[in-house]
Design a protein around this ligand. Structure first.
Ligand code: 5AD
Ligand code: FES
Length: 351
């Protein structure tokens, strides 16, 4: 019985490979699974949803991952980089909107030397002592990660993408290796970063065994955040004609992750919101508790084209904050930020 397996996962936070396999391949008790995951998330986090403001600082990348729309092999894409001033201005806007975490994400762009990154991080740290600074800039040496940390960064996101060596090799060029990837993640943890990892769901050639391997790797790494999203085909890439990952399987994995890692920060990702109009809402109901709205300048947003039809890239998305506030509220959760509390306090005073 699938329900027994779900109950076992909820109480033991673990299953045998065989039981994971049964659970992943059977859809009959999905609603029950989502409910159990939501009950665990509510026990620990109540209805709270955390916001992380995402600033996409560069779409230059020296790597050519086969799935990624901003890989170096894509000669059609117009490239951009934000200046330090532009990045600081995004932080300022974000701060005023109530964001207290800034995520600087970008391709592996050699223009952004360690010195430049440290300089930008120090400037943000100086202006916003009460904020978390998250970096998501790919694989670097332990020395570089340490330098960023000393400059004031305290979190780092680096998805492992897939944990199994032979599958990793099918998604990446030969100069990249899963061994290096994992080493980076362990380095980050050792330095003291709050670390996020994760994987794509439904990437080309992925098997159920691969997904179980991903869960096992996460058990070993014990990350603070786990970001997963469906693979979505990106034009001008090797995988442009592969089918997208499924909404259902992604939601299921969010729930499984919530039951395995009750305290984890699990975002309802932009990719999830891209494959279904209410994807992020469904993600929250399945156990996710973080949203990462885009704070990048609108004029560059469509260029950070990791995959096709990415949401929040049009003019209407200038202010994702309001949009998300409505969506989260309608789904039965609440965004927690300082501004939210201030507003609430003001409303209470008024009434
Ligand atoms: N589909 C879905 N997710 C993708 N990413 C990169 N390319 C794609 C794609 N085509 C994800 C990777 C990366 C994160 C920033 O975006 O998992 O770590
Ligand atoms: Fe970006 Fe809705 S969250 S437009």
């Amino acid at each position: 019985m699938i329900k027994n397996i779900i109950d076992e996962l909820k109480s033991n936070k673990n299953l045998s490979d065989e039981k994971f396999k049964i659970l992943l391949n059977d859809d009959t008790s999905d609603e029950y699974l989502f409910k159990q995951a939501d009950s665990v998330r509510r026990q620990i986090y109540a209805a709270d949803v955390y916001l992380r403001g995402l600033i996409e600082i560069t779409n230059y990348c020296k790597n050519g991952c086969y799935y990624c729309g901003i890989g170096c092999e894509n000669r059609e894409l117009k490239r951009y980089r934000l200046s330090k001033e532009e990045i600081l201005s995004c932080c300022k806007t974000g701060y005023e909107l109530g964001y207290r975490t800034f995520v600087l994400q970008g391709g592996e762009d050699i223009f952004f030397t360690d010195k430049k990154i440290c300089d930008i991080v120090s400037a943000i740290r100086k202006n916003y002592k009460d904020c978390a600074i998250t970096l998501s800039l790919g694989e670097k040496s332990k020395e570089s990660y340490t330098a960023f940390f000393k400059a004031g960064a305290n979190r780092y996101l680096l998805r492992h993408e897939t944990a199994k060596e032979n599958h990793y090799g099918k998604l990446h060029p030969e100069y990249l290796s899963v061994k290096k990837r994992k080493q980076c993640l362990f380095d980050l943890k050792e330095i003291g970063y709050q670390t996020g990892s994760g994987f794509m769901v439904g990437s080309p050639y992925q098997t159920t065994e691969n997904l179980i391997e991903d869960l096992r790797f996460l058990q070993e790494l014990k990350p603070d955040m786990i970001g997963i999203g469906p693979f979505i085909a990106a034009k001008n890439t090797k995988f442009q004609n592969f089918p997208n990952g499924s909404l259902k399987l992604t939601l299921k994995l969010i729930s499984i992750l919530r039951l395995m890692f009750p305290y984890a920060l699990i975002p309802a990702t932009t990719a999830l919101g891209t494959i279904a109009p209410n994807g992020r809402e469904l993600g929250l109901k399945a156990g996710a508790n973080v949203l990462m709205p885009n704070l990048s300048p609108v004029k560059y947003r469509n260029l950070y084209a990791l995959y096709n039809n990415k949401i929040c890239t049009g003019e209407e998305a200038a202010e994702c904050r309001g949009c998300l506030e409505r969506r989260v509220k309608n789904t039965g959760y609440r965004i927690v930020t300082d501004v939210g509390n201030v507003r609430k306090a003001v409303e209470e005073l008024k009434s």
